[in-house]
Every structure is written in structure tokens, then in C-alpha cells.
Design a protein around this ligand. Structure first.
Ligand code: HXC
Length: 215
């Protein structure tokens, strides 16, 4: 499959996906979603792959859903057409997914990171749900997942003011599992993924499956 919006590689037993729309800070449009879910499902069905890493660029993991694509939508069409439903294919993946986040993870970008099983953040990472500044609300699970991960007060603060959280605050709040220097981000995420992939795949998948319902 030829991808235009992501880069897909296999690193030993790890599936590696890099979001690749640098001019739009990896804004998540429909084409990117289609490619991402295709790549994830191919890794899911590939018995040699034991874990998956999703990353972005140095400047942005993803700056959100694609505002330019969204602004042409009418509310009723977006609602009845279930515009964001494709993202449920990401959360249906049963193999572990690690988000390696540097730079901006905003709106849908933060939500994509939270769809992964854990987040490793570069010290440059910035998380936020700025939807309120656009006159919309988080649409891809952000209001629920963020609340479960960081608690009511921080989630309300983030969603209602639209402010960003830096990597240290995100680690303190439990949003990310660890913070690493930006130049070591991909290496650290791959190392964690290789470790996971070295274990029994069915037990890894069962472990993910049993942790998930508590979230
Ligand atoms: C489309 C985007 C984009 C986005 C950035 N770009 N974010 N395009 N969708 N979400 C584009 C810009 O238009 C610009 O393209 C290029 O990326 C570089 O962005 P700049 O703004 O010039 O960069 P900078 O000054 O460094 O600012 C970075 C930034 C800012 C702070 C991240 O880009 C920003 O605030 N972006 C929007 C973030 C946001 O609101 N995200 C939430 C989206 S809503 P051009 O062509 O002009 O050079 C969402 C869920 C909606 O995610 C749910 C609805 C129900």
C-alpha cells in the first residue's frame, strides 16, 4: 500500500507509524485516518508484529483534527454521518500501541495519543484540548478519556480554558508514562515496544484487554 500521509515501517517485531503531513502540523484529515487505520489493521493481522509505535514530527505529534476539512461541514451532516466514527477503528486494535509525542498534541492529536495504550512524551511535548477556542467541543473522546486520565479538575481546566499542558505537568497528572529528551523519543518508544514484543503475544493482548475496561 502506498501511503501519502503517514510513513509506515517495520522495526524488528514493532510496527512503526509516523504521521507525515508536516505542512499542516500533522492535522488529522480523512485521508490520514484511512491510511492510519489501514496500517494499524495490517499490523494487527501480521503475526510477526507484537507492538506498535505511533509518532509525529519534532514540532507536532498532531495539531488536531483538520480544521480546513472540518469547516466545510454542517453540524447536521457531521452528526448524522458520524464524522468521527472512523476513529473507533483505532481503539479496536488489540495489540499494544505506544504514542511517542513531541511538540503539539492538540485536540484530536491529544485524543489520538490517548487512544494509544500509553504515551511517552518528549520534553518538548504540549498537550491541549483547544476546541473551545474554535466554538466546538472535543469530539474524539477527549472529554471522557482526559477526565479519566487526569481527573475532573485538570480536565475541566484544559477543556474549558483551552490551555496547554507541558510534558512535566502531563507526567505529574498521569497523562503520560514518562518524559524523555526529545532526541531520544523514538529510540525510547521503540525500546519499550521491542520489550513488549519480546513477550508472549497472546498474554500481551490479554493484559491489554483486561486493563482497558477499567479505563
Ligand atoms: C488544519 C492546521 C491545524 C489544524 C495547524 N495547521 N493546525 N491545519 N488543521 N488543526 C496548519 C496551519 O493552518 C498552517 O498552515 C500550518 O499548519 C502551520 O501552523 P501555524 O499556525 O503557522 O504554526 P504555529 O504558528 O507554530 O502554531 C502552531 C499551533 C497552531 C499553535 C499548533 O497551528 C494552532 O493553534 N493550530 C490549531 C490547533 C487546534 O485548534 N487544534 C484543534 C482542532 S479541532 P498554512 O497553510 O496556513 O501554513 C479538533 C477536534 C474537533 O481537533 C472536534 C469537533 C467536534
Amino acid at each position: 500500500m502506498a501511503y501519502e500521509n503517514i510513513i509506515v515501517e517495520t522495526r524488528e517485531k514493532v510496527g512503526f507509524i509516523q504521521l507525515n503531513r508536516p505542512k499542516a502540523l500533522n492535522a488529522l484529515n480523512s485521508a490520514l485516518l484511512t491510511e492510519l487505520t489501514t496500517a494499524l489493521e495490517l499490523f494487527e493481522s501480521n503475526a510477526r508484529i507484537g507492538a506498535i509505535v505511533i509518532t509525529g514530527s519534532e514540532k507536532a505529534f498532531a495539531a488536531g483534527a483538520d480544521i480546513k476539512e472540518m469547516q466545510t461541514l454542517q453540524f447536521a451532516d457531521a452528526y448524522t454521518g458520524d464524522y468521527f466514527s472512523g476513529w473507533e477503528r483505532v481503539t479496536a486494535i488489540r495489540k499494544p500501541m505506544i504514542a511517542a509525542v513531541a511538540g503539539y498534541a492538540l485536540g484530536g492529536g491529544c485524543e489520538l495519543a490517548m487512544m494509544c495504550d500509553f504515551i511517552i512524551a518528549a520534553d518538548t511535548a504540549k498537550f491541549g484540548q483547544p476546541e473551545i477556542t474554535l466554538g466546538v467541543m472535543p469530539g474524539m473522546g477527549g472529554s471522557q478519556r482526559l477526565t479519566r486520565f487526569v481527573g475532573k479538575s485538570k480536565a475541566m481546566d484544559m477543556c474549558l480554558t483551552g490551555r496547554m499542558m507541558d510534558a512535566n505537568e502531563a507526567e505529574r497528572s498521569g497523562l503520560v508514562s514518562r518524559v524523555v529528551p526529545a532526541n531520544e523519543l523514538v529510540e525510547e518508544a521503540l525500546k519499550a515496544a521491542q520489550k513488549i514484543a519480546s513477550f508472549s503475544l497472546p498474554v500481551v493482548m490479554m493484559t491489554k484487554e483486561t486493563v482497558k475496561p477499567g479505563l
